[in-house]
Design a protein around this ligand. Structure first.
Ligand SMILES: [Zn+2]
Length: 536
């Protein structure tokens, strides 16, 4: 099979070489030829070769896309070739995973320059933002007619470090096995960057008339807050990303038995607001017990803090989350979700669903202890670190006072950690917006059997910087199985190519839903696109 792009004589900007591919003529006639997204490709004996299928997919996809675009112009409707979009997004993801951006040190400029090249080849101007040398973010904009305020689609370039000894594959090879792409960042967050890029390019190629600007942002330093990250971007470059709505990472969408059960849309997140317990007492010889021993007082305080059932409450997001979760759960669990604040349900959550236990309260988790230096010396002080994740509306001063009252020990002080570089407090994004409605419509379109679940993440993302500026920011993500979810920040991080493709269609529908609501869009298969172009 020859490259259809070359056959069709398309030499211009959509030729395969424009996607950074070297050749359009893989030898594909062996019996090992497989099918991916309706496209034949050759599989290497090792089974971990992502490049050749990508080359072919891109060639075929590029061709099909071009023919689809021709028909678009004539019919005045817009068609997304699902297979081509998936293949191209997987290709971008593989390229991004191969760029090592472990943070620290991050070195994200390599990703920013890669993206700059892709955008440039598509005729899209971009801007590199590099407040710290070597740690660049990149921003680009598709102009709308200005009727509405912009939409920002964003993802982060850096990844958490790897311990190679625990991986079964090279974490920076983007190897593929049974349609699953492995690598650090495959899920967090390079899949989001790849999907955003794909949707952004599709809008540009189709020349979709937009009611609002669509801004693409790929940002540095999310994993370890630093002056290269979102705090600086919001502070120094706000005019470049000022928007009404934003789509970012953060929503966990679940795949069960091969289908998506729910699409999570994160509208709020808890705030990391660490505390320290400082105990003091008199020092002395370990052979003589003292009632003011700092270690004993600290240990008692830690036990009280760690077992304190902090007040539980619901907000708009978590109330909707549990109500909707009840509709897709087995009877016993559904009963829990309909009576979340019941003390007995809270007890069940504590043991069986700690994630949900945390979701309805400010949580206090002791994580570090520091005391003493010699076994026979009573130290004059002892210290514990508490990981506190606050509900968005928590009054932290009052909360500290409550904790001090629970501990009830004049020898133990509750001290706030410095969180000046951490995520700012911000109100949750609303459920009644045009953006949330578009996300729900997008879910119904690509996965009608699933539901949309508004969620509040117990971890933190850069959306809080945007929410603090009044932006309605929503966290979404490529659907994953529970097992795949465990790979995030863990070993053998991976994502299914098919689910990335589904996510691209979902994102495309959501973006056009708020940026081009009066236009008609459809998703076509390669066969349909071919038939359509043949009919011209
Ligand atoms: Zn992330």
């Amino acid at each position: 099979m020859k490259c259809p792009v070359q056959d069709a004589g398309y030499q211009a900007r959509r030729s395969c070489s424009n996607f950074g591919l070297q050749s359009c003529k893989p030898s594909l006639s062996t019996p090992e030829a497989l099918r991916v997204g309706g496209l034949s490709y050759n599989r290497s004996p090792g089974g971990l070769d992502l490049i050749r299928p990508m080359i072919l997919a891109m060639c075929v996809g590029g061709y099909l896309f071009t023919t689809a675009t021709v028909s678009l112009a004539q019919s005045n409707s817009f068609s997304l070739n699902a297979e081509q979009a998936q293949a191209e997004a997987v290709h971008f993801l593989a390229d991004l995973v191969r760029i090592d951006t472990q943070d620290p040190p991050g070195d994200e400029s390599k990703v920013a320059h890669y993206l700059e090249g892709v955008l440039k080849r598509e005729g899209i101007a971009s801007e590199i933002l590099e407040p710290v040398p070597g740690r660049a973010s990149i921003v680009a904009r598709l102009k709308g007619n200005g009727k509405k305020r912009p939409l920002l689609i964003m993802g982060h370039e850096d990844v958490v470090p790897v311990d190679r000894s625990h991986w079964t594959v090279d974490p920076f090879a983007a190897s593929e096995r049974d349609g699953v792409i492995y690598g650090r960042g495959a899920s967090d967050d390079k899949a989001m960057v790849a999907a955003n890029l794909e949707v952004f390019l599709q809008l540009k190629r189709m020349r979709v008339p937009l009611d609002r600007d669509v801004i693409f942002l790929s940002e540095a330093s999310e994993e370890m807050s630093s002056p290269a990250g979102m705090a600086t971007i919001v502070d120094r470059y706000w005019d470049k990303i000022d928007c009404e709505f934003a789509l970012n990472e953060g929503g966990g969408s679940l795949v069960e038995n091969g289908t998506v059960k729910y699409f999570g849309v994160a509208t709020a997140e808890k705030l990391p607001r660490g505390l320290r317990l400082e105990a003091t007492g008199s020092s002395g010889h370990g052979s003589v017990p003292r009632v003011d021993n700092a270690v004993v007082h600290l240990a008692a305080a830690v036990a009280k803090a760690g077992t304190w059932d902090t007040p539980a409450r619901l907000n708009e997001t978590t109330r909707a989350f549990f109500e909707r979760l009840a509709t897709i759960s087995a009877p016993e669990e559904a009963a829990w979700y309909r009576n979340v604040l019941d003390a007995k349900v809270q007890e069940e959550f504590k043991h069986k669903k700690p994630q949900y236990y945390s979701m309805v309260r400010t949580s206090v988790v002791p994580t570090m202890l520091n005391a003493g230096y010699k076994s026979n010396v009573i130290p004059p002080s002892a210290e514990a670190t508490l990981d506190v994740r606050a509900l968005p509306d928590e009054d932290l001063v009052k909360f500290r006072e409550m904790l001090a009252a629970i501990i009830n020990d004049p020898q133990v002080k509750v001290v706030a950690e410095d969180t000046s570089l951490s995520m700012p407090a911000a109100p949750p994004s609303k459920l009644g917006t045009e953006m949330f409605a578009a996300l729900e419509r997008a879910q119904k379109q690509v996965s009608p059997e699933a539901i949309t679940l508004p969620t509040m993440t117990t971890g933190a993302t850069d959306s809080s910087f945007l929410r603090a500026k009044g932006v309605q920011a929503y966290g979404i993500g490529v659907p994953k199985t529970e097992e795949e979810n465990r790979g995030v920040h863990g070993n053998d991080e991976r994502i299914e190519g098919k689910q990335l493709g589904l996510f691209v269609r979902y994102l495309f529908a959501a973006v056009t839903g708020v940026a081009a609501p009066s236009q008609q869009f459809r998703t076509a298969t390669s066969k349909e696109s071919e038939a359509r172009s043949g009919a011209q």
